[in-house]
Ligand binder design. Structure first.
Ligand SMILES: [Zn+2]
Length: 343
């Protein structure tokens, strides 16, 4: 099969388009012929590498994908060749105590497709049957793949962990990332009032088109937490979505007493100082999570397929041009998700 192969870490140029043996499905597995893969920031980190990362070379990046079932492993009866599917990239073992409790994103043998095992920048991938979810006829596979990881992650954080309620207020720090744009829509769908801090008028316009109620342009303000305080009549917000990390001091200020601070990542870097007086003085709750459970995936993808949540798409690149797609993602110029067209 054709695939994007990674033989070493480095810049976009290390993504090589080439041939790799087509994976065959083992017992309980399904082979999927991919029509599309969607890019995530994670793909850049895997490509660049980090201390301690261990990949089996050549590695194939890519967590998100959608396509058609093309072969069945032994004992598989719930799928048929030709079924359209979208992939849940959160790979639990299905057997440990966390998996048996329905917390497969906390699995003791946890893997993420395209990070610790070969992923979706390829014509074919094989997966256990539980990793697939039916893709309705006529639904754009690019939109399905682009929605999967980010909506899954956002739903688990906002709904399953933070128990967001109608009438609450949510601040999303950052207007354009995949998880952040998913959070804006999920918060609106839930009936919350949404505040967004963004770095440019263009990105804030995207946030507004996704349903954000109040916008703060951080390029035009010295301290956006003060703007938030004013906008909320000196109350602060119930929930802050902060996947930057280094902005925690400002997020603590913007939160209401008893507020929940949600984090699923740290685009600003992993280490920063916090003033603990805000945490106990304001009764703050910090909720960290990674990906989501199989239940979360089903719940949020149903809403995506029903048109209740609409993923913003930037551009689709041919599979062979994955390095150009990475360059665009690194440039930060994209508005919405970047995908690869495979076929
Ligand atoms: Zn497990």
């Amino acid at each position: 099969m054709k695939a994007i192969l990674l033989h070493e870490h480095g810049g976009p140029e290390v993504l090589k388009y080439g041939e790799f043996p087509t994976p065959e499905p083992g017992p309980g597995e399904v082979q999927v012929r991919l029509k599309t893969a969607a890019l995530n920031r994670l793909d850049l980190w895997v490509r660049n590498g980090w201390p301690g990362i261990r990949l089996e070379y050549p590695h194939i990046p890519g967590a998100d994908g959608a396509g058609e079932v093309s072969a069945l492993g032994e004992g598989v009866s719930q799928w048929e060749v030709g079924d359209s599917v979208v992939i849940n990239s959160n790979l639990g073992c299905g057997q440990c105590d966390f998996c048996l409790a329905g917390k497969d994103n906390m699995c003791r043998e946890w893997h993420l497709l395209g990070e610790t095992v070969r992923g979706t920048y390829a014509e074919y991938v094989t997966l256990p049957t539980r990793q697939l979810f039916p893709l309705p006829e006529g639904f754009d596979p690019h939109a399905a793949a682009a929605a999967a990881l980010v909506y899954h992650t956002a739903w688990h954080s906002l709904i399953t962990r933070a128990d967001l309620r109608p009438g609450e207020s949510v601040l999303v720090v950052g207007a354009s990332g995949g998880v952040n744009t998913a959070c804006i829509q999920i918060a609106k769908y839930t009936g919350a009032t949404v505040y967004v801090v963004g770095s440019s008028a263009e990105k804030l316009a995207l946030a507004e088109s996704l349903g954000a109620d109040h916008l703060v342009d951080r390029s035009k303000t010295v301290n956006w937490s003060k703007d938030l305080y004013k906008l909320t009549e000196r109350n602060g917000v119930d929930v802050v979505v902060d996947n930057v990390g280094t902005t925690f001091p400002l997020s603590f200020r913007a939160a209401k007493k008893g507020g929940r601070i949600l984090t699923v990542g740290n685009t600003g870097g992993p280490k920063f100082e916090i003033d603990n007086r805000f945490v106990f003085g304001k009764h703050l709750v910090i909720i960290g999570s990674t990906m989501g459970t199989i239940n979360d995936f089903a719940n949020v993808m149903r809403l995506v397929f029903a048109g209740k949540l609409k993923v913003a798409l930037d551009r689709a690149f041919p599979l062979a041009e994955a390095s150009a797609a990475h360059k665009r993602l690194e440039s930060g110029q994209q508005l919405g998700k970047i995908t690869l067209a495979i076929e």
